[in-house]
Design a binder for this molecule. Sequence first.
Ligand SMILES: Nc1ncnc2c1ncn2[C@@H]1O[C@H](COP(=O)(O)OP(=O)(O)OP(=O)(O)O)[C@@H](O)[C@H]1O
Ligand SMILES: [Mg+2]
Length: 329
Amino acid sequence: MSFPMQSAAAGSRRWDVVGVGDIDVDMFLQVPVLAGRDEKVPALLLGEHPGGMIANVTCAASALGGATAMIGLVGDDEYGAAAVAGLREFGVDTSLVTVVNGGRTFYCVIMLDSSGEKALTAVMTDCAWPRQEDIDPDWFSNTRVVHLGGDYVDLATWVSQEAKARGALVSLDLEASTAIHGLPRLRPLLASTDVLFMNHAGHHLFDRDPATAAEIALATGPQVVVVTRGATGVLASSGEGVVRVDALPGPVIDTTGAGDSFIGAFLMQLLSGRPLDDACRYAVAVASLSIRSIGSRTSLPDHETASGLAGETTFTLTLEETDEPRPPS
Ligand SMILES: Nc1ncnc2c1ncn2[C@@H]1O[C@H](COP(=O)(O)OP(=O)(O)OP(=O)(O)O)[C@@H](O)[C@H]1O
Ligand SMILES: [Mg+2]
C-alpha cells in the first residue's frame, strides 16, 4: 500500500521537516498514583528535560537522519536556554527560533505513575507558541514537510495555507488542545492538511471508533490519517485502505512524547517514499524505544536501530484494501 502522495520536492529543499509550535522544558515528578480531585499525593522530582510536542518531532526526525528546523518562541530565561540547547543537541536548526527579552519560557509539569502513564499540566506563559510576526512564510519554500499543532487555530491555519502555497506538505498533530476548538473552526486547517495525526483525544472529535474517525477525517481534506492508540498501537488510513499495527511489548517507563517520536519517524518514512504499512511499523518501533526512559527524547533511536528493530519484529498487521479509490473531497 503506497502513499497517495508524492514526496514534496525530494532533495531540493533545505529542511525535511520544519516544526511550528511549542518548545519547552518538562519537569518530571514520580507519584504513586495520579492525584484525583481534592487529593494530595507525595512526589519525587525525577528531573527536567527539554520537550514540547512539536519540538520533540523535529528531534526524532533529526535523530533518524532528517534535516530539521524549529520555529518557536522562548524567553531569555534558564528554561529558554535549556530548551534551545536541547534542540541543538539533536542537530535541529534553531536559527528560526525567536528569543523574547524578559519572556518566560513555556513549561510542563508531568506526573508519572508506576505504569509509565502520565498526567500533564502545561503552564502557558507569554512564550508558549510562535506568533505570526515571528514567521517568514518564505521559509516554507525550503521545507518538505511543515509539522504543526493546532492549539492556536488561526495561526496554524495561516501557516498551513502559506506552506501549501509554497509546495510543502502539511502535517498536523490533532491533540486535545486542538480538538477543543471544535470541528467547524478546524475545517479550514484540515482542508490544508496532508497528513493528520490524532491520538485518543483527537479522534474523538470525529468519532469514538478510531476507524470511523479516520474515515470521517479523511473526507475533511488530509490524504493520510493516522490514529495513534497508546498501548493498542496504530491505525492509518488513506484512500487506498486501512493499516492496523499493534504496539510492541517492552518496558514502559515514560510514555511522554511517544506520539511525537512516532510522528517524526512516520514523516521521515513518508519523505523516503515508503509505503503506509512500512511507515507504521517503523514508527511503532521508534515509539516503543522512546518510552524506555524518563523524558520525551532520552531514548530516541537512530535510523539503523529503528530499521533494525522494525525489520526483526513480527508485527501484528492488518491491511484492508479499499476496492474503489476514494473520490477527492
Ligand atoms: N504503553 C505503551 N506501550 C507500548 N507502546 C506504546 C505505549 N504508549 C504509546 N505507545 C506507542 O506510541 C505510539 C503513540 O502513543 P500515543 O497514542 O499514546 O500518543 P500521544 O497520546 O500523542 O502521546 P504524546 O502526546 O505523549 O506524544 C502508539 O501508537 C504506540 O505505538
Ligand atoms: Mg501526542
